[in-house]
Design a protein around this ligand. Structure first.
Ligand code: TUI
Length: 310
């Protein structure tokens, strides 16, 4: 399938792996890129030295394009930007903020810049600042989220900008990809589906929690902080939500949340935050990234054929 996104990124399938903090390393990203999608290393809150190591590693694992996601709430953003420029990382996505002030320096070395955005206003801002494409991410996503659903957000963003739009949030199979294309998107970004891949190095306990989750098994904590996060319901996340309702301060909340994603990633799901999207309930198996992308492209073809026949 060819779209402006596959042409821009020089990839075979219009499937991008979301940059998931502490989950998306060179091993996962290389597997997705080698499967014909776009693999992304998440810089997250990691030290810049880790980012450099992962970028050097992925260059040994694939000849295909790959990306680095820069989480703009991290205190190391400036150092990470220096590393991606120095290493000539082909594609950068950003999350949790407006990356406008970094776009010019990234584009000056030929890096393709794709901000992840939750609204039309920010989409227009980053287009004006020179973004090459955008990921419009709905509130169905795991992790840090915006307010609008993918269904409402994507067509409005498509009508607000001229650059290609990639849909994210609530997509894990061929039906989701076809729906995204129908809304005017030219690719999809998926996080949750790739958590349950053979190559994702997250703990088995984390993968198990995603596999076990049903449709209503996520909740959103931290709305009152301005940085809402979707994760799987657990005693830990329910307790956080209760403390919020009881009037905990932002400082106290952030202290409890700090490091909790990493705990879950390392296997302590009881005391950790298991970030995952609403589509967790659709993910029922762990399979190699190559199979994930092949299955999605086959499902997509079957659906498109059946729609043509109607
Ligand atoms: O960034 C994400 N997902 C994430 S980041 C993350 S790490 C984290 N941990 C604790 C608290 C907060 C973050 C886990 N998951 N997705 C992309 C995304 N970007 N979602 C929402 C946004 C966003 C929000 C506001 C993008 C731009 C924006 O702009 C505000 C402005 O005008 O500056």
């Amino acid at each position: 399938m060819e779209t402006r996104v596959t042409k821009l990124l020089q990839i075979e399938h219009p499937i991008i792996q979301g940059g998931m903090v502490w989950l998306s390393n060179a091993i996962l990203a290389a597997a997705v890129s080698n499967a014909g999608g776009l693999g992304i290393i998440a810089a997250g809150h990691a030290p810049p030295s880790w980012v450099l190591e992962q970028v050097q590693l992925i260059k040994k694992m694939t000849n295909k394009p790959f990306g680095v996601n820069i989480m703009l709430l991290s205190p190391s953003v400036d150092e990470v930007i220096k590393i991606v420029i120095q290493e000539r990382v082909p594609i950068v996505t950003t999350g949790a903020g407006n990356p406008s002030k970094y776009i010019e320096q990234l584009k000056a070395v030929g890096t393709i810049v794709i901000p992840v955005i939750p609204s039309c206003a920010i989409a227009k801002k980053v287009e004006r600042s020179g973004a090459d494409a955008i990921v419009a991410e709905g509130t169905e996503s795991g992790g840090h989220i915006g307010e609008l659903t993918t269904m409402a957000l994507v067509p409005q963003v498509v009508d607000s900008v001229n650059i290609p739009v990639i849909a994210a949030g609530g997509i894990a199979d061929g039906r989701g990809l076809v729906a995204a294309l129908a809304l005017g998107a030219e690719g999809v970004q998926m996080g949750t589906r790739f958590i349950c891949s053979t190559e994702c190095t997250v703990s088995d306990e984390y993968k198990e929690a995603v596999l076990k989750a049903k449709d209503r098994d996520t909740l959103v904590t931290g709305r009152f902080t301005g940085h809402p996060v979707r994760c799987i319901k657990s005693n830990f996340s329910r307790n956080l939500l209760k403390l919020e309702k009881d009037g905990i301060t932002i400082k106290e909340f952030e202290k409890l949340g700090a490091g909790s994603l990493r705990k879950a990633v390392e296997g302590n799901v009881k005391e950790g935050t298991i970030m995952s999207g609403q589509i967790s309930g659709l993910v029922k198996d762990i399979k190699p990234c190559q199979q994930i992308t092949n299955d999605i492209m086959n499902e997509t073809q079957t659906i498109l054929d059946s729609l043509h026949k109607r």
